[in-house]
Design a protein around this ligand. Sequence first.
Ligand code: TXA
Ligand code: MG
Length: 346
Amino acid sequence: MKTKLIRIDDINSPAARHAIDEAAALIKAGRLVAFPTETVYGLGANALDAAACLAIFAAKGRPADNPLIVHIADLSMLHTLAAPGDVALKLARAFMPGPLTLVLPKKPLVPDAVSAGLNTVAIRWPAHNVARALIQAAGCPVAAPSANISGRVSPTTAAHVYADMAGKVPLILDGGPAEIGLESTVVDACGDTPVILRPGRVSAEEMARIVGLPIRQAGGEAVERPASPGLKYRHYAPRGELLLAGDLKQILELRQRLAQKYGREPLIIACAETAALLPHGAQSLAIARQGDLPAYARNIFAALRQADAENFPAMVVETAPEVGLGAAIMNRLYKAAGEAGNNFIK
Ligand code: TXA
Ligand code: MG
């Protein structure tokens, strides 16, 4: 299959209209379209078409028991798919459209292929104007996981999508680099107290303020009986070995250890201030100014992909403080480093 890439610069231009119409026609015909969102790129299909949704699993090599997020373009779509309670509606009103996914009791309309047989469905209303225009033009909810090969790093540019999906999807809409760069916060909002299944840009504190309740983070029990099936799989993994380091001293120790192990310098992914202190000969990529967590989040997945693209056998990543957006960044890095963060030295 030939994969077409169409760049959309100005959503109001005739060229953009044409591209959105072409993408919507593919979705209506049961085909797949990759599209930009403010978090990461998604691989979309008509969420009400079970066969089209199964094609998503095939293209990604995704395990069949890992359900898909359904993307909507307004709250009325939400009500056709799910039965939100009061707390869920408060969260929806406060954070949608935006980088929040709500897991809700599902209605019978949602195919089993989407929910992987669960009695819940994950719903997200993206803020990105290309995603919104696509869902509106398709006239149906759009099921879309991140548009990467299963288990690999999520795509934050159309080029990342192309690297994973060329030949497997007819169309990729290019809306430029993703603004947030980490996947949405996933919250189980079925009960009275919401539980975060995957941390993201929308933080526990922000949500607690809206619902007037403390918000729990899913704990280790998720590994035995995963509340979110995705929690049990290895995710966000580059091909090279990934080690995490908290400061310059650790970075230098790991650099030496990895250089000996592989006979080649590792790529050091760090903030600009740390990178500036590295000795001559070190290979580094500065992804943010120190403390600029939004930039760190925006650039980290591209950095991991770059390490692979340049065939680095290993990389050392400087950690972020585990608060706010930093907690979401570290969640992805621990997984990328191997489940329980085994490769983290402290
Ligand atoms: O930002 C995002 O959420 C991106 C963009 C494309 O919207 N999408 C995304 O989808 O990250 P995906 O499939 O890569 O991750 C969805 C996560 C998985 O961990 C999955 O297990 C969980 O959401 N999930 C989906 N449906 C669920 C459900 N009914 N109950 C619990 N977890 C669910
Ligand atoms: Mg994913």
